[in-house]
Design a protein around this ligand. Structure first.
Ligand SMILES: C[S@@+](CC[C@H](N)C(=O)[O-])C[C@H]1O[C@@H](n2cnc3c(N)ncnc32)[C@H](O)[C@@H]1O
Length: 263
């Protein structure tokens, strides 16, 4: 199995295991996905919609309600899909697949919506090209993704502890914009939102990331359990960021709406 296939399996396992706890921990994910929904054109009425990286199906249901049409939910994690299917009677179909190899017919979709999923792809360019192929002329790809600076405090704190990269690599904004300009879409909109969440204790943030299944998949991560001493050192290193609101965790979110040109 290739390194990429192993990482994909690890991502799927991690999210699959988190399916039961995800919704309770996903307040930020709701806000960010809601902001993406709000960016969709008001006069647009898609017949065929895909929610890509649908997770527990929250936005699949929202899209189905908004457009009054069945919405296809796609996710890498079987565990997420099982949960989504149970939680969403009357919705679906649901398909386990990778955004980098979409199992839908070319030119069959009017809207592909994807919230906080595509930063997990090994190659964003190939996911964008798959989405482009799947869309009809005039169709939209609306997605958001985390960019460089996200979880920067956690990254810096870990670097002080052991020098390892414990936080996923997020694409720099300039690299993302360059990539978007070369995708073939006729209209490209990209806006950056900064969200700063606050925690009283570091454990609240790390437990939340675990409940979401958002684990680090960098090949450089050290194996083994986090020892008490390392955790204490991490807590101390993170304390340097504390201010009156508590411990901050910053997310930089790119909200992107792309329109495929008419044929
Ligand atoms: C942070 S969750 C977001 C779920 C949902 N969109 C939401 O906003 O609540 C990310 C989801 O993307 C899925 N995912 C990650 N990589 C993927 C890939 N390459 N193809 C399809 N889904 C993927 C994960 O399994 C997970 O369910």
């Amino acid at each position: 199995m290739t390194e990429q296939a192993i990482d994909k399996r690890r991502i799927a396992d991690s999210f699959g295991r988190a399916a039961e706890t995800y919704d309770q921990a996903a307040a930020f994910q709701r806000t960010v996905g809601g902001n993406l929904l709000a960016r969709l054109p008001v006069d647009f009425h898609p017949a065929d919609t895909t929610d890509l990286g649908c997770g527990t199906g929250y936005f699949t249901r929202a899209l189905q309600q908004r457009y009054g049409q069945p919405v296809l939910g796609i996710d890498l994690a079987e565990g997420m899909l099982r949960f989504a299917r149970m939680a969403s009677p009357g919705c679906g179909p649901w398909i386990a697949a990778d955004a980098e190899a979409l199992p839908v017919r070319a030119g069959s979709q009017d809207l592909i919506f994807s919230s906080l999923a595509l930063q997990w792809c090994s190659d964003l360019r190939s996911a964008l090209s798959e989405a482009y192929k799947a869309l009809r002329p005039g169709g939209y790809l609306a997605f958001n993704t985390l960019i460089e600076g996200s979880l920067g405090e956690l990254r810096q704190a870990w670097e002080r502890v052991d020098g390892f990269v414990h936080v996923n690599r997020f694409m720099p904004e300039a690299e993302l914009r360059e990539l978007l300009s070369g995708t073939g879409f006729a209209q490209v909109g990209c806006e950056i939102e900064q969200h700063v969440l606050h925690y009283q204790q570091l454990g609240e943030l790390t437990r939340e990331l675990k409940a979401l299944g958002a684990h680090n998949v960098n090949p450089g991560r050290p194996g083994g359990l986090t020892g008490r001493a390392r955790l204490r050192a991490l807590t101390e290193a993170y304390e340097q960021f504390r201010y009156d609101k508590g411990l901050p965790a910053t997310y930089q979110v790119a909200q992107i709406v792309l329109r495929k040109g008419a044929a």
